[in-house]
Design a protein around this ligand. Structure first.
Ligand SMILES: [Zn+2]
Ligand SMILES: [Zn+2]
Length: 388
């Protein structure tokens, strides 16, 4: 085992001795499958089950995981490895917001790709084909920054708002976690939700991602007149759409825009063809603000494994951090730091331009004394090695 791995193993193990595992999130631990990836050899261990938090703790202190998961599903026999024998009893609904899936402009600043065939490299997300050799295999080096997390945070808040306004799931009924790396998980675990089929979950996913949204559905023709259902006071998608459109329309300033303004305000019932045309034109600009950028695969999966609250993320050394809505509103990554004490002398083989509050852009190749959590983050990302 490398010195870096030995260090991580001892730090992670010590952390798990006192980690804040609770009985209310996840609920009903004995009904959950527990899975983990071992830090030592990256082997995946599945189909574990524990009757108590203390049993789980004992296990992970000894078998130190780089990643610790629990099943969003409840099972009669969570420890059985045959999925058909597990006895599915229901599952949480989990909205996964990962900035990896959301295009952010800052990716150009901190992400790089390298063609595995010819070594060509570039900034941002990997292209479909290498511009030099046409190859399609790349090594993607991705980092996150405050802007990335800000985008993810906004998306998470949007999901919580839609759950509240359109699904009647109050913010007090959701469990929120910072994933420990690039995003947030929002868990809903009410009696009604738990029993939803995969098809029902897919409908929720489509609704939130505005799949199949047709603007003409909000207009009704009666005789020569067309009536609009888009009003800023409406509930659900028509209301959110109207409110976003309204912000854009007041900037346009034409006669038609004024008409649409009145329609959206609910002061005018009918809408002209030109008014509809204007709405159609503005639509692509407003859709991103009402579309929820969630991972559909995670949402519809009724057998999903998801990160255990207050476990460590093995790619960052940060904590999978449970948050209240107001904590999410003012979230900063510092809240997820675990290894605050001390410092480490490491050699940097790669680094993002900025990590936490440190500018590391010019430090690649150098040996540095870094705060413990910064060094651990970089060691976890396999871009730093220990120096004497
Ligand atoms: Zn190439
Ligand atoms: Zn970024």
């Amino acid at each position: 085992m490398s010195r870096e791995l030995k260090l991580l193993k001892s730090l992670f193990s010590r952390y798990y001795r006192y980690a804040e595992f609770t009985t209310d999130f996840p609920r009903d631990l004995p009904r959950r499958e527990i899975a983990l990836q071992l830090l030592e050899n990256e082997a995946m261990v599945r189909h574990l089950s524990f009757n108590s938090i203390e049993d789980l703790r004992k296990y992970v202190v000894k078998n130190v995981p780089s990643h610790l998961y629990y099943s969003t599903a409840y099972y009669e026999n969570p420890g059985v490895d045959d999925m058909d024998q597990k006895g599915w009893l229901g599952a949480e609904l989990v909205f996964d917001i990962d900035v990896d899936h959301i295009p952010t402009p800052c990716k150009e600043e901190h992400d790089r790709w390298i063609c595995e065939n010819c070594g060509e490299a570039g900034r941002g997300s990997k292209p479909e084909k290498c511009p030099k050799c046409g190859g399609s295999k790349f090594r993607q080096i991705s980092w996150i920054c405050d802007k990335c997390l800000e985008v993810a945070r906004e998306e998470a808040l949007k999901v919580i708002e839609v759950l509240d306004s359109d699904f009647g799931v109050s913010p007090h009924e959701v469990y929120i976690c910072f994933s420990g790396h690039r995003g947030f998980h929002i868990h809903v675990d009410t009696d009604v939700i738990r029993e939803l089929s995969q098809d029902a979950r897919r409908e929720i996913a489509d609704y939130m991602r505005l799949i199949g949204l047709r603007i003409d559905k909000f207009f009704t023709k009666r005789g020569k007149r067309t009536y609009s259902r888009l009003m800023i006071t409406s509930s659900g998608i028509p209301g959110r759409l109207a409110r976003s459109l309204y912000e854009k329309v007041i900037e346009v300033g034409t006669q038609v825009a004024r008409e649409v303004e009145l329609v959206l305000e609910g002061k005018k019932e009918t809408i002209s063809r030109k008014g509809i045309k204007l709405i159609e034109k503005l639509l692509p600009e407003v859709l991103p603000s009402i579309r929820c950028e969630i991972d559909e695969k995670v949402l519809i999966d009724t057998h999903r494994l998801i990160r255990f609250p207050n476990s460590l993320h093995g790619k960052t050394g940060l904590k999978v951090t449970p948050l209240t809505v107001s904590e999410l509103e003012r979230f900063s990554i510092e809240k997820a730091i675990v290894f605050r004490k001390g410092s480490l002398r490491v050699r940097l083989h790669d680094a993002p331009p900025k990590l936490f509050d440190m500018n590391l852009g010019n430090c690649v190749g150098r040996v540095l004394d870094l705060p413990m959590y910064v060094a651990i983050y970089l060691i976890c990302r396999k871009v730093a090695t220990l120096e004497e």
